[in-house]
Design a protein around this ligand. Structure first.
Ligand code: PEP
Ligand code: MG
Length: 326
């Protein structure tokens, strides 16, 4: 049977077992949030907050960040999930005001949560702003580039410290705000069963996870064959992440480009991915695509793909399967 039911609001969908997955949007600004809403996004699966920090000499204040987060929250319906990721600079996103040392391998260096944990002044300001915003909507906090359990715990300590600070000051926030982490480093992917004891949810960042798994840059074109979401190693690692997280009852979303890949997305649904976050312009096309296939059929297809050894074999097989089921 083909799923043609309507999608309702996200909170309703969240409660339905085996219903269509949540499709949220990736945004970096209020303008993108508004565009995503116009295009039918029901929430934000990834708010890349680094864009508030880029292209300026100083750092955004707590109030400025709080207002920016609240503006995005009020763009969507009440209760819509808004996943706010802490600043992920470094790598390809340089911030002159941080005065970071120049690195030969910026993608393997100081970036994301590694910077936040070294700049607690900036991290704490951002955490306070996100916590304050959590009072106004269904805000979830997300950390980028976590590689170890230790980094996760150090980040959580800071959240706890900021919570008690706000409490003392009598400032409202959501005590039960969910906190999750990106899985974009293979080391974290391999530790999901342990991380899952402490993490509320996972979001797979395939733009980085693929480049780190395949040792093939997301930037250049010479290694495109390796930097491919249909590589069996990539699919196998993602299967491990989803299975290990589900064993501990934790949800897994994806906010990397792979979530919008026309062949990979149905495969991911068959593998049990719970949430997809994609560019605002493709929210509706993805909803149509994912609603087209029977879940059992996709489960069978993904089981077969997990036994295949070659990227081209996988590509041809999925193309054939999806085509024949239509
Ligand atoms: C990713 O790595 O897949 C991701 C969503 O994060 P970014 O593209 O911002 O690095
Ligand atoms: Mg990333």
């Amino acid at each position: 049977s083909r799923a043609t039911e309507d999608y309702g609001c996200l909170t309703t969908v969240e409660k339905k077992v085996n219903s269509l997955p949540i499709i949220g949007s990736n945004i970096g600004s209020l303008t993108e949030a508004q565009a995503a809403r116009m295009n039918g996004a029901e929430g934000v699966g990834l708010f890349r907050t680094e864009f508030l920090f880029l292209g300026r000499e100083d750092f955004p204040t707590e109030d400025e960040q709080f207002e920016a987060y609240r503006a995005v929250i009020t763009t969507f319906d009440k209760g819509a999930p808004i996943v706010i990721r802490t600043m992920d600079v470094g790598g390809d996103k340089q911030l002159p005001s941080l005065r970071l040392d120049k690195e030969d391998n910026p993608f393997l260096g100081h970036r994301g949560i590694r910077i936040s944990l070294n700049r607690l002044d900036l991290f704490r300001t951002q955490l306070r702003a996100v916590l304050r915003a959590s009072h106004f909507g269904n805000v979830k906090l997300l950390f980028p580039m976590i590689s170890t359990l230790n980094e996760w715990r150090r980040a959580i300590v800071q959240v706890e410290v900021m919570k008690s600070e706000l409490k003392k000051e009598g400032i409202a926030f959501n005590e039960a705000m969910e906190i999750g982490m990106m899985i974009e480093v293979p080391a974290a992917a391999l530790m999901v069963n342990r991380l899952a004891d402490e993490v509320d949810f996972f979001s797979i960042g395939t733009n980085d996870l693929i480049q780190y798994t395949m040792a093939a840059s997301r930037m250049t074109t010479h290694v495109n064959e390796l930097n491919d979401p249909l590589q069996p190693a990539v699919i196998s690692l993602i299967d491990h992440i989803i299975t290990a997280a589900h064993e501990k009852g934790k949800r897994v979303g994806m906010c990397g480009e792979m979530a919008a890949h026309p062949l990979a997305a149905p495969l991911l649904l068959g593998m049990g991915l719970d949430e997809f976050s994609v560019g605002g312009a493709v929210v509706q096309p993805m909803r149509n695509l994912l609603g087209r296939y029977d879940r059992e059929f996709l489960r069978g297809m993904s089981a077969n793909v997990l036994n295949m050894d070659d990227v081209e074999e996988i590509r041809r097989y999925i193309e054939r399967e999806l085509h024949s089921s239509n």
